[in-house]
Design a protein around this ligand. Structure first.
Ligand SMILES: [Zn+2]
Length: 224
């Protein structure tokens, strides 16, 4: 969820790109008379003869093969710019696939997947005042003192302690459906109907339209 809200990628992607870039620069065209290239080839020959094991060489080779670029390892005379661009793209694609499968598999993200569909920074993190930003971020990322959040993962309540409805008291229920907050809800977000479309809509609103939602979240936080 942190990556999802910030639209950032893990640091290993940049680190891997830098390592591949360095390998490409040592190994590229017109580098055969460079000391770095001579030493690299010596290291490679020693590794091929099983005289030593170089973790850096193994990392470069394994990364290229893992990303479907094994032919570059065999014939490294490619443009460094092209190679870095394609390595970065494939690492980001692999990370995005893992991110999507992780949030779909994690019970804690059951509401998050309703309103978060792309890995890009949320405008509210830049434009809202710091306190409102923190509050909304905690609510979206289930780091909030709603009943669902304060119970352990093994005990999921099936009845709302505030309105006694047989429903999981999660963000969706409290924000849009809980009878306990009906009066306050009608005041700050009037006419809202409890469905997943509205949860998606309200949590993806532009920052200047979020004041009603912020007021509602403050009320929810005070109820516990
Ligand atoms: Zn309720």
């Amino acid at each position: 969820m942190v990556y999802g809200e910030l639209g950032r990628y893990p640091m290993y992607i940049d680190v891997t790109c830098r390592i591949i870039s360095m390998w490409c620069r040592i190994n590229g065209e017109n580098k055969f008379d460079r000391l770095s290239n001579v030493l690299y080839n010596l290291l490679l020959a020693m590794q091929d003869s099983k005289l030593l094991e170089c973790k850096w060489i193994n990392f470069v080779k394994n990364t290229l093969f893992k990303l479907g670029l094994g032919y570059v390892w065999d014939k490294p005379n490619v443009s460094p710019k092209w190679l870095i661009a394609i390595v970065k793209l494939r690492l980001i694609d692999a990370f995005k696939q893992k991110w999507y499968s992780d949030i779909y598999a994690n019970d804690a993200c059951i509401n998050y997947i309703i309103f978060k569909s792309d890995l890009s920074i949320e405008e509210y993190l830049i434009k809202l005042p710091i306190k409102q930003r923190q509050l909304l971020c905690k609510f979206r990322c289930r780091n909030f003192n709603v009943p669902f959040g304060i119970f352990s993962d093994h005990i999921i309540p099936t009845t709302c302690p505030l309105c006694d409805k047989s429903d999981i008291p999660d963000e969706f229920h409290l924000l849009l459906d809980c009878a306990f907050f009906r009066y306050e809800r009608n005041k700050v977000i009037p006419g809202i109907v409890a469905n997943t479309y509205n949860l998606n809509k309200i949590l993806k609103e532009k920052y200047h339209k979020l004041h009603g939602l912020i007021k509602m979240i403050i009320m929810l936080s005070k109820a516990y």
